[in-house]
Design a protein around this ligand. Structure first.
Ligand SMILES: [Zn+2]
Length: 89
């Protein structure tokens, strides 16, 4: 059995305030966090990026759109019940 008591303590915690796009450097604070693609990639055995080497980066949606436009094979898009975004911009 564990015996506990409630105490008041002060400690430092890390709080996310903004996200910067690794591609363009755009910084977004709080509102809009959801418009980033956050990638964490670990190279596997014989990876050209290094075995077990982890890379983390964030791409803001406008940069993601440009990168996807360069794909030889376009990504699959599922709009669900929505009509989809305006692709004219
Ligand atoms: Zn960007």
């Amino acid at each position: 059995m564990r015996v506990t008591e409630t105490v008041t303590e002060t400690r430092e915690v890390e709080v996310l305030r903004s996200v910067k796009c690794n591609q363009c450097g755009e910084e977004v604070e709080e509102y809009g966090f959801g418009n980033f693609l956050c990638i964490s990639y670990v190279g596997g055995y014989a990876s050209i990026l290094g075995d077990g080497t982890e890379r983390k980066f964030d791409l803001y949606e406008p940069c993601l759109k440009v990168i996807m436009a360069g794909f030889k094979i376009p990504p699959i898009i599922n709009y669900g019940s929505f009509d989809g975004p305006d692709e004219s911009t």
